[in-house]
Ligand binder design. Structure first.
Ligand code: I6G
Length: 674
């Protein structure tokens, strides 16, 4: 009695699940689970049905690969069925495929294969009659697809008329419609900005775009075609090798993959697969494997077909970039500038070639967008070295006890209140320098060349000093002893002394450098310099309220608020006090009104390399003299400072008759005006 058999029950369950997911994927364009998970369920059902052929039913998803055509588009019966490809999931399965090919061909000689990346898109059939595009159809169930001609005509890489000559009277070209990664990101960014629906990956975006009922909408989507073969051919002939056919297609105006190669035997194929897998993250589009085809059409004919797939081709897949797992908890990390990032702690899952147990959830907006809760089953995407992302929630798997994610009201590290700045997605810790999580970065910034310029105090050394508990803030730097430093790994007596000398040297600084070194958000070198020049002394700056801060050139409400908030915090004042107590000092500046500065109202452009200072320094010096420094040359430019290697900006300045000076003249100018 089959109903009592666990295998029978599993088959029924798999059919139900596959039916549900096939509907989500093919009809609604809104899949719930990653492709790899779907493929696994399908494989499991196929294997069970092979073991128990009597239990195969007409409505089993294995009997209707790809689901039904959408009713909104006209149905198209393909002139030749659009087949699917067998998969190889690892080298052993590929080697077994090659062996089957050679056994059938009764040869021990290595086979020549055409190797093509498998674009992660939507298969399409394009019918050309006398060189003119007549019809475009999706694959559908392989026999009957959907007529999407009007939509496909809007895709610029699809030729409406073939180029050159020699094409058959009737030619059916097959390929993949896909979206580039950058096109997809841009489209999603716009959708999110306007509160529209975003897609989970480029493949779904391509599918959704192709199935728009209004071709005007499809036309706005960044879709592209890559042709990979031919179907029906009448009234003409084609070359006898697949790679030569691809070349013909290219000649007739089709985009074919730039990464097509031919390889002899298994070793060369495996090497090609490895090479492209390494290249995968840097490709501008998603690929999910390599298709290997016996290159000779004569041998293809000998090999023939099995069920719905050719015996002469295989898709050797890469590890899936999307997988499903469970969100166990959400923790909050404090970053360099105090931004608090929710991090998803996951049930470990193998995705994109590594085991992933954490993924970023970005910010509270993202959590709201995803609608994710602790306990949910989620889809994780890891492409290349990019931080793994949670892309969606499998709502049908939500457990009853799923919990909402609560954003903390206090910094998880220092307990300072957190604040959300208007217009920003990030929530930040307001602890500033007293927050240990922000200290390391703050100390690194303090020591950097443009700030206090403490030579020898690099990132690794700061990490080591903080981790060993030898310093907790900038003031502690000035308490370090020779004995302590010389005791550090890879630090000799001499380097330790050099560092102490550099620390002592750094105590004598300038007000702009000191203000910059404090690491106030959005206060870069130029703003620090203008603030210093405007107020002349730290005391006067400390007295300034937001309104008077806004009187400073180029200081708007956001920066004014940042500066005022920083100095209103007693803990930051204590750090400043401590540094001064350790001997950090500078000379106050003479306050000169902005309009009275020697270069007030002048616009300078820097181009090429300068030998005596960095671009940033040169910019800060010019700004301190009242000049505006612009990145491009226009009619409003007063002077261009051109060092060696200057290019188009120099030629433009010359053509506009703008004054150009070299580094020597620039240094003279600074000296004269200082
Ligand atoms: O779905 C496919 C993607 C890419 C293919 C394919 C392909 O070649 C690069 N080739 C064939 C023969 C089939 N499907 C059936």
């Amino acid at each position: 009695m089959p109903a009592n058999s666990p295998d029978y029950q599993r088959m029924q369950q798999l059919r139900q699940e596959l039916l549900h997911h096939s509907h989500r994927y093919y009809v609604l364009d809104d899949p719930e689970i990653p492709d790899a998970e779907y493929d696994r369920l399908m494989r499991e059902l196929q294997e069970l049905e092979e073991r128990f052929p009597d239990w195969v039913t007409a409505d089993s998803p294995t009997q209707r690969v790809g689901g039904v055509a959408l009713s909104a588009f006209a149905e198209v019966t393909h002139l030749r069925p659009m087949l699917s490809l067998d998969n190889a999931l690892n080298a052993d399965e590929f080697i077994a495929f090659d062996k089957r090919v050679r056994d059938r061909l009764r040869t021990q000689e290595p086979i020549e294969y055409a190797c093509e990346p498998k674009y992660d898109g939507i298969a399409i059939s394009l019918l050309y009659r006398n060189g003119v595009l007549e019809r475009a159809a999706t694959r559908g169930d392989g026999s009957v697809g959907e007529d999407v001609t009007l939509n496909v005509r809007t895709i610029k890489s699809v030729p409406l008329r073939l180029l050159g000559q020699g094409y058959p009277d009737l030619l059916e070209v097959r390929g993949e419609i896909y979206m580039t990664k950058s096109g997809f990101n841009e489209m999603n960014r716009k959708a999110q900005e306007s509160g529209g629906k975003s897609f989970i990956n480029p493949r779904n975006a391509a599918a959704g775009s192709l199935r728009q009922l209004d071709p005007k909408l499809t036309a706005q989507r960044p879709l592209t075609l890559c042709a990979y073969g031919v179907g029906e051919v009448e009234g003409g002939s084609l070359p006898q090798y697949h790679t030569a056919i691809l070349q013909r297609l290219a000649d007739w105006g089709f985009a074919v993959s730039r990464d097509v190669a031919s390889a002899r035997g298994v070793e060369e194929c495996l090497a090609f697969h490895k090479m492209l897998q390494e290249k995968r993250p840097s490709l501008p589009y998603d690929i999910d494997g390599i298709v290997f085809k016996v290159n000779s059409l004569e041998l293809q004919t000998t090999l023939g077909f099995v069920a719905k797939a050719p015996r002469w081709a295989v898709a050797f897949k890469f590890p899936a970039q999307e997988e499903m797992t469970v969100l166990r908890a959400v923790e909050f990390q404090v970053g360099r500038t105090g931004s608090i990032t929710p991090v998803a702690r996951l049930e470990p899952v193998f995705v994109g070639g590594v085991t992933v147990s954490n993924a970023t959830l970005h910010n509270s907006d993202e959590i709201a967008r995803l609608g994710v809760k602790v306990g949910d089953t989620v889809i994780i995407r890891r492409a290349g070295d990019v931080i793994p992302q949670v892309v969606s929630v499998v709502m049908s798997k939500r457990p009853d006890d799923a919990r909402d994610i609560q954003f903390p009201a206090q910094c998880p590290v220092c307990s300072s209140p957190v604040a959300r700045v208007e217009g920003e997605a990030a929530v930040r810790c307001t602890g500033g320098l007293i927050c240990p999580a922000q200290r390391k970065e703050a100390i690194k910034h303090y020591a950097s060349r443009q700030a206090m310029d403490i030579e020898g105090l690099g990132e690794k050394l700061v990490d080591a000093l903080v981790e060993k508990g030898m310093i907790a803030s900038m003031e502690d730097l000035y308490e370090l002893t020779l004995e302590q430093l010389a005791g550090l790994e890879r630090m000799g007596q001499k380097s330790a002394q050099n560092l102490l000398d550099a620390l002592a040297h750094s105590k004598s600084t300038t007000l702009p450098k000191f203000l910059f070194a404090l690491g106030i958000r959005d206060v870069g070198q130029a703003t620090a310099t203008t603030l210093a020049k405007h107020f002349g002394s730290l005391e006067r700056l400390l007295e300034a309220d937001e309104a008077s801060l806004q009187e400073v050139q180029d200081v708007g409400p956001v920066v004014a608020k940042r500066v005022a908030t920083f100095f209103a915090d007693a803990r930051n004042l204590q750090v400043i006090q401590g540094l001064r107590a350790h001997g950090v000092h500078w000379l106050d500046l003479e306050v000169v009104p902005q309009e009275a500065l020697p270069l007030a109202g002048k616009t300078y452009v820097l181009t090429g390399n300068l030998e005596s200072m960095t671009r940033d320094d040169a910019k800060a010096r010019l700004e301190a003299l009242g000049a505006k420094v612009s990145g491009s040359v226009s009619g409003k430019t007063d002077c261009v400072v051109a060092g060696p290697g200057a290019g188009s900006k120099l030629s433009k300045a010359e053509s506009l008759g703008i004054r150009v000076i070299d580094e020597t003249a620039f240094l003279q100018l600074l000296e004269q005006l200082a």
